[in-house]
Design a protein around this ligand. Structure first.
Ligand code: PLP
Length: 446
């Protein structure tokens, strides 16, 4: 076993060295080469060393360089060294993180990292939290607590009686809510199509003045960081209006919530901490390995009521039981990597990483503007939308940028216009990477 693990570490180290310079999109030959994996279930065993060799020799070339410094697609962070190393060690531990009795270390590191997270994100101390797979599940988890809580206030117990015959809930979302938020609401029985869409401005921000009057149980979903523009909904105004009407406010802050960890950017997230629940991704801007999302709920009892495995509200022991707060019972110990990332960065390192990525985004916008291309958004955070011309031209440029291989950016649709989206979300990205990528993009586009 030890030799195999060392071999895996050697191969991984080599991969992470190569990724600095290799093309970001895998070559067509490498993708075709993945066909070598396709075979009927083998009748007998294969030596683990051989299994690893196949994985590295066929699999590694078929990866996209997301762990490298010049992947700017979606909103995808790299994995910090300490977080990746912690992930390996905790995989060796193979702890089931559901219960304190099963994994003391997993539970303690969740407790510690939860307190640190609430602190750096500026959220109320003592909030409840779930360590889940990603933003989609974090929204789902927090919104389950929201749904049950607003119905409990009108005398309906969802946990006990389900939803058939329940009073209806009005659910408000911004017109530019993330598609996965609609999915999360759909999974909770609140419908993807029966949501009230609040009009938004040219940056995708909810227009607070157009916020409708609310009567009866209601949930308002606001956004900290629009996936295209990086913009923030006016949280303070909306929380004030929503709370006056007795509504629950939930924040989808998959990446934008991390702005609160930077003194220079925290003003963007002003008022966000007045909400009742929040969702964010650790695998985005905290740069821990996949998969890792976080749901926070101001009143831990509501989260616990929605997610506890027993209906009875048992008193907590000396330690927080992780599975009382998550959809899953058995799961991996995500708190380990979150703790390692935050311990290795410290408050200053985290702020510096977020700020550097935002500086790099601004540098992209300035370089593209100087080259004569149109930036479609106010670059307030780490997201940049650029148009090179007609939809056909944009599609061709994006394909050619990916094929050229220096960097990777994807397409998007923003308020009826096509664009290329650049998201800077990795600890590895430097200004030199931006300049190298800018040169490639401008050359290809011209
Ligand atoms: C990425 C993202 C999500 C979904 O998160 P996953 O981790 O991919 O499930 C939700 N909302 C916003 C704003 C996002 O950027």
């Amino acid at each position: 076993m030890a030799e195999l693990i060392r071999d895996a570490a050697e191969r991984a180290a080599r991969y992470l060295e190569d990724i600095q310079e290799r093309r970001v999109r895998p070559s067509a030959e490498a993708v075709d080469g993945l066909a070598q994996f396709v075979e009927p279930m083998p009748d007998g065993p294969t030596d683990p060393q051989e299994v690893l060799r196949l994985l590295d020799e066929i699999g590694s070339p078929g990866t996209t360089g997301m762990a490298g410094p010049r992947f700017f697609g979606f909103v995808i962070g790299g994995a910090l060294p300490a977080a990746l190393a912690a992930n390996w060690l905790s995989s060796a531990w193979d702890q089931n993180a559901g219960l304190f009795a099963a994994t003391p270390v997993g539970t303690v590191l969740e407790e510690v990292s939860l307190a640190w997270l609430l602190d750096v994100l500026g959220l109320p101390a003592g909030s409840g939290a779930a360590f889940v797979t990603g933003g989609t599940m974090a929204n789902f988890t927090a919104l389950a607590a929201a749904r049950n809580s607003v119905l409990r206030r009108v005398g309906w117990e969802v946990e006990r009686d389900g939803l058939f015959g329940a009073p209806s809930i009005e659910v408000l979302v911004g017109g530019e809510a993330h598609p996965s938020l609609r999915k999360s609401l759909g999974m909770l029985g609140m419908g993807r199509e029966r949501l009230t869409n609040v009009p938004v401005d040219g940056q995708g921000r909810m227009i607070a003045e157009q916020f409708p009057d609310l009567h009866g149980p209601a949930i308002v979903c606001i956004q900290a960081g629009n996936v295209n523009t990086g913009s923030f909904d006016p949280a303070h105004e909306i929380c004030e209006r929503a709370h006056a009407a007795g509504a629950w406010v939930h924040v989808d802050g998959a990446f934008g919530l991390w702005a609160a960890a930077s003194p220079a950017l925290a003003h963007l997230a002003a008022g966000v901490n007045e909400a009742d629940s929040w969702a964010t991704d650790a695998h985005k801007w905290l740069n821990v390995p996949y998969d890792s999302g976080l749901a926070f709920v101001r009143d831990p009892a509501t989260l616990r009521a929605a997610m506890g495995i027993t209906a009875a509200y048992l008193p907590e022991g000396a330690h927080r039981e992780p599975s009382h707060y998550t959809p899953e019972l058995s799961r991996r110990a995500r708190g380990v990597e979150i703790w390692a990332a935050m311990k290795s960065l410290g408050r200053s390192g985290l702020a510096e990483m977020i700020e550097r990525d935002c500086r790099c985004a601004a540098r992209f916008a300035a370089g593209l503007t100087a080259a004569g291309f149109e930036i479609l958004n106010d670059v307030v955070l780490n997201q940049v939308l650029v148009s090179f011309g007609s939809p056909e031209v944009n599609a061709r440029v994006i394909e050619a940028v990916q094929e050229e291989g220096t960097c990777w950016c994807g397409p998007t649709l923003w308020q009826g216009r096509t664009a290329m989206r650049i998201s800077v979300s990795s600890w590895r990205t430097t200004e030199a990477d931006v300049d190298k990528s800018l040169a490639a993009i401008v050359r290809v586009a011209r």
